[in-house]
Write a protein that binds this ligand. Structure first.
Ligand SMILES: [Zn+2]
Length: 273
C-alpha cells in the first residue's frame, strides 16, 4: 500500500507532467468518492495546474482560475493509483475520477476499493485538512524535534511512527525497515530510548525513505507510478514480510513476526528494547 515514498514518486511524476497544464474537464465517476466539495467540480474546467504537492500520503494538485486557487486532493488509500493510462487500466469500472487536458494523456484515479478519497477544497480548507491529519514530515523534521517527539512517547516506538498526526507518511513497511536498521525493537518504549539511539532511528528513517524514493517505491500490492512502472525497493526489504528468513545482518537469528494491529517483523538478536 502506498506510503510516503510511493506518494512522493507519484507527486514527482505528476509535477513533471502537469505543471502549467490546463484542465479541460474534471470527471467524477462515483460521487461518494468525493468526501468534500463535489459541488465545485465544474470550477476545475479551464483551471491551470500550478504545482503538485504531497502531505503525508496525500497528493494535492494545486489549481488556479480567474485569480482563485483550489486544490484536488487524492488519498491513495490501500490500492489507489493515479495513472496516465497509455495501455488499458486494470479495470475500467474502478476508474473513479478522470482529469482531461487540452493535450497529453488524461490522468485517471483508479481504486478497486472504496477506501480512497478525493477532496475538492479551497486553500483555506486545504490548510485545515493538513493540520487535522498530519504531524511533521519525516524528511523535513529536524533531529532535535524528532528526539523530542520520541522522548515524549510513553507507548511503543513503532506505534508512534505509524501515527500520522505525530509524524506523517510512514506506514508498516518503512516503520519495520527503519527500526531494523536502527537496531530498535518495535515494542521498545519511546521515552526509554537514549538520545543516541533515537538519533540512529532518525538517520535510519531518512535513509530508508530516501532510498525507497530513489528506487521508485515498493510495489507490494498493485502499486505502480503514474507512468505504469512498478517500484523496486521491495527487493531491498530486510525484514518486512521476511518471517522465517535469516537476519540479513548475519547474526544467524531468524526474523520473527509479532502480530498486532500491524504485523511487526524484526530480528530478536539485533533489535533491542
Ligand atoms: Zn540479527
Amino acid at each position: 500500500m502506498p506510503e510516503l515514498p510511493e506518494a512522493e514518486v507519484v507527486r514527482c511524476q505528476l509535477q513533471e507532467a502537469l505543471a502549467g497544464v490546463v484542465i479541460e474537464r474534471l470527471w467524477i465517476g462515483r460521487e461518494d468518492i468525493v468526501r468534500q466539495g463535489i459541488e465545485t467540480v465544474s470550477w476545475y474546467t479551464r483551471a491551470r495546474i500550478l504545482e503538485v504537492q504531497r502531505q503525508g500520503k496525500s497528493i494535492a494538485i494545486m489549481c488556479e482560475r480567474d485569480a482563485e486557487q483550489r486544490v484536488v486532493i487524492v488519498e491513495l488509500g490501500m490500492t489507489g493509483l493515479l495513472i496516465f493510462p497509455r495501455e488499458a487500466v486494470p479495470s475500467e469500472r474502478h476508474v473513479h475520477m478522470v482529469m482531461r487536458f487540452a493535450r497529453g494523456p488524461q490522468l485517471r484515479y483508479w481504486n478497486a476499493r472504496r477506501f480512497g478519497r478525493v477532496y475538492l477544497l479551497d486553500l483555506y480548507a486545504w490548510g485545515a485538512y493538513c493540520r487535522r491529519r498530519f504531524g511533521p514530515e519525516p524528511l523535513t523534521v529536524t533531529e532535535k524535534e524528532f528526539v523530542a517527539l520520541v522522548k515524549a512517547c510513553r507507548g511503543r516506538v513503532k506505534a508512534l511512527l505509524l501515527h500520522q498526526q505525530r509524524i506523517a507518511g510512514i506506514g508498516n513497511i518503512y516503520a519495520n525497515e527503519s527500526l531494523f536498521h536502527a537496531g530498535i525493537h518495535p515494542h521498545a518504549r519511546g521515552c526509554r530510548l537514549s538520545k543516541r539511539r533515537i538519533r540512529m532511528l532518525f538517520a535510519a528513517l531518512r535513509n530508508v525513505l530516501a532510498d525507497a524514493i530513489r528506487m521508485g517505491g515498493s510495489s507490494i500490492r498493485n502499486f505502480v507510478a503514474p507512468d505504469g512502472r512498478p517500484g523496486q525497493f521491495q527487493t531491498r526489504h530486510q525484514v518486512y514480510q521476511k518471517e522465517g528468513a535469516r537476519c540479513p545482518k548475519g547474526c544467524q537469528t531468524v526474523i520473527r513476526c509479532l502480530a498486532g494491529e500491524r504485523a511487526s517483523f524484526f530480528c530478536p538478536t539485533c533489535q533491542k528494547r
